[in-house]
Design a protein around this ligand. Structure first.
Ligand SMILES: NC(=O)c1ccc[n+]([C@@H]2O[C@H](COP(=O)([O-])OP(=O)(O)OC[C@H]3O[C@@H](n4cnc5c(N)ncnc54)[C@H](OP(=O)(O)O)[C@@H]3O)[C@@H](O)[C@H]2O)c1
Length: 268
């Protein structure tokens, strides 16, 4: 193929693709924006709060009420859907609002849906909602890719290890976690734009499976803290699923950045 034709294909097929990122202020959304700045895609973003220092076209969008959704998807080729609400109104935002949004994206070329490893085996309402959203997408006619990742390093740190209480990290120390770097996952999703719709793909999991106790100990070591770890079990199926590592995938250790490297890069 001569260089001129190849250049035309690049211009038509890649450079001018219009990509919508929902949830632009979130952990994944922010990582996507940092990397999309260095690409030639035309990028539109949505959230309720306007992200600072970002030059992309921004549309106010609320998945609870549906406000802004139609404007957001107009003239878009690819959606990376990173808007979510794990705690508040998840039934609406992650399922009903998601369905309404999906119905509006019938004309797009590719809907990329980040999901979570093991959701069908972990009894949590948010995970059931994510599974329902996956099913809605699978049963739709919208060309799509579903990529499940394990928990992000930053998420695990924020949820369980943000601050010691009286010099103790009080955690369910025996649960297993295979956390992954959010920037690596964002890069993988951006590569997925070029690859095109693939349906449900292989999991994107972190480089090592640790117990939460080991992760807390790493934080203490890296930050040179005098804190200790106090571990507690909690009753129920959720705890057992996490003890069994249902949120991990030993065969898909594709992330490279370890939790320790993440902590070192982040600093105190
Ligand atoms: N966190 C993890 O460890 C992890 C692991 C694997 C996969 N994932 C998946 O990755 C995706 C992104 O997760 P994340 O951790 O980046 O989420 P996050 O940090 O909680 O961010 C959620 C985003 O959704 C937006 N949002 C919340 N409520 C909204 C509403 N009513 N209408 C419109 N936008 C709303 C928020 O922005 P505003 O509040 O400004 O609207 C924010 O930008 C999710 O699908 C999640 O399941 C996450």
């Amino acid at each position: 193929m001569n260089i001129r034709i190849r250049w035309h294909i690049k211009v038509i097929g890649v450079i001018y693709l219009k990509v919508l990122v929902t949830g632009a202020t979130g952990q994944l959304g922010s990582a996507l924006l940092r990397q999309l700045k260095n690409t030639d895609y035309q990028v539109k973003i949505t959230s309720r709060r306007k992200p600072e220092n970002v030059n992309f076209e921004w549309v106010y969008c609320d998945f609870l009420t549906g406000e802004g959704l139609e404007e957001a998807v107009s003239n878009i080729d690819v959606v990376i859907h990173a808007a979510t609400s794990p705690i508040k109104d998840s039934d609406i935002i992650d399922v009903l609002g998601f369905k309404k949004f999906l119905d509006m994206t019938q004309q797009i070329k590719h809907f990329i849906y980040p999901s979570i490893v093991g959701i069908e085996d972990i009894p949590m309402k948010y995970y059931r909602n994510k599974y329902q959203a996956e099913e809605l997408l699978k049963n739709s006619t919208v060309p799509h890719t579903i990529v499940r990742a394990t928990q992000f390093h930053s998420f695990v740190e924020n949820i369980f290890l943000s601050k010691p209480l009286f010099k103790r990290y009080l955690v369910p120390g025996d649960i297993k976690i295979q956390s992954v770097d959010v920037d690596e996952f964002a890069a993988h999703l951006i590569q997925t734009i070029n690859v095109g719709p693939q349906g449900k793909t292989e999991d994107f999991a972190g480089p090592e499976i640790l117990t939460l106790r080991e992760m807390a100990e790493l934080k203490i070591k890296v930050n040179n803290e005098s804190s200790k770890v106090a571990s507690f079990p909690f009753p129920g199926k959720l705890y057992r699923a996490l003890l069994d590592g249902r949120n991990t995938n030993d065969l898909r250790k594709v992330g490279k950045v370890t939790f320790e490297e993440f902590l070192i890069a982040k600093g105190n």
